[in-house]
Design a protein around this ligand. Structure first.
Ligand code: FEO
Length: 396
């Protein structure tokens, strides 16, 4: 990323990780790459808001240098310490060792644990602020958006909310603003990001958004630390966060399965035919052919979740087992499900499925067939899909 002006005196100086394809270890498939955004505010006190991932410090420092000598940085605001934002902090601090650092106490402790340094730190929390000249930066602690240390920083002078992980997307591009890219692609990425990063924290996000709403901030720009900066669609992204964090869903159904000798797949196809016969939107996901990040994104606001697996050695198959293990951490609410699958002689997979994700959905009776579904059993799959679709459609 070369430096971009966000507003007079405020520059995006972060880095683009064009080729990152797996984020959070292996958990999140980032097919469009990732950006690590940081912002430089030129005022009486030159202020850097967040840093970037280790390995991108040269890009960050070069970008800062396009605007000002990095040694002139007076203040560093650390909104969040996860290494994708704090990895370059030690290198930046070497260049401006006298900079004053602001962040939560949790952030200070985390930086000490990661890097053994925290600099000249002032712990801040909601209600506290820092005057840097024309601007006063207001700090808003937002624990679990995305970690306990997280905070937002608001500049009333610029009407910018620096939201770190909040409202982000994993989308590497040399564009900077939301209206410079395709809106549908942007919204797909923001939904995937929410599903894969923030879904488990719905309850905290909803209450924090309500609290921020009461502050009556005049937000013209939302500048996250991943992806595009929101200026045209600020209201849309706020509404989306309210919607997702309230566990609201659409009348749509994800049919997620793994098959060994295609018998479970035959069942899945009949089930989705039954669902579709009622005019309910549904998507069939073979977990071995779709990335779990994309499946989770669809499931974020799908009211119906249907899971299928063949039984293998008394267990469900391993790829769907991994996916369900991931899904049970979502803390989703208000979902309806049933499980299905073929088996040879024992048939434990459906019970394994129910036991694994019973904390995030409720199950109707399961469907099992021995070896290969016959015509009558396929008709039953169709009828079960149809009945399930009616339930999803008619439930208030
Ligand atoms: Fe983008 Fe929680 O780090």
């Amino acid at each position: 990323m070369s430096t971009r002006l966000i507003k007079e005196g405020v520059y995006a100086v972060g880095a683009i990780d064009w080729n990152e394809r797996r984020f959070h270890g292996y958990t999140y498939a980032t097919k469009r790459g990732v950006t690590y955004n940081a912002y430089l505010v030129i005022d009486k006190k030159v202020t850097l808001i967040d840093t970037v991932r280790k390995g991108f410090e040269k890009e960050l420092i070069a970008n800062i240098r396009e605007v000002i000598d990095p040694s002139k940085i007076d203040v560093i605001v650390i909104n969040h310490i996860e290494p994708d934002h704090s990895g370059a902090f030690p290198e930046v601090l070497k260049i401006c060792p006298n900079a004053k650092i602001y962040g939560t106490e949790n952030a200070r402790q985390g930086l000490l644990k990661y890097y053994g340094i925290s600099g000249d730190w002032t712990a801040v929390k909601s209600g506290q602020n820092l005057n840097i000249g024309k601007r006063t930066l207001d700090f808003i602690d937002v624990p679990m958006i995305h970690w306990p240390d997280s905070m937002f920083t608001y500049s009333a002078y610029d009407r910018i909310l620096f939201s770190n992980d909040g409202f982000g997307q994993h989308y590497a591009t040399n564009k900077i603003f939301d209206d410079e890219v395709d809106f549908d692609v942007l919204m797909d990425e923001v939904q995937k990001y929410y599903a894969n990063i923030l879904w488990p924290f719905n309850m905290l996000i909803a209450s924090k958004l309500a609290a921020i709403g009461k502050l009556n901030l005049n937000i013209e720009i939302v500048a996250p630390s991943h992806g595009l900066v929101w200026r045209k669609y600020v209201s849309e992204i706020m509404q989306k966060y309210l919607y997702w964090s309230s566990h609201l869903c659409k009348n749509r159904i994800a049919v997620v399965y793994e098959t060994m000798w295609n018998s479970t797949e035959k069942m899945a196809r009949k089930i989705i035919e039954g669902i579709t016969s009622e005019g309910v939107e549904a998507v069939l996901f073979d977990v071995t052919k779709n990335d779990r990040s994309d499946i989770a994104s669809y499931m974020l606001d799908a009211k119906g979740w249907v899971f299928g697996s063949s039984t293998h050695d008394g267990e469900m198959l391993p790829v769907i087992a991994s996916f369900l293990h991931f899904l049970k951490g979502s803390k989703a609410k208000g979902r309806k499900s049933f499980a299905f699958g073929s088996y040879g002689w024992s048939g434990e997979a459906v019970k394994n499925i129910e036991n694994t994700v019973s904390n995030v959905t409720s199950f109707d009776p399961s469907l099992r067939v021995v070896f290969n579904p016959n015509k009558e059993e396929l008709n039953k799959c169709f009828a079960t899909g149809k009945t399930f679709a009616l339930k999803i459609k008619n439930e208030k």
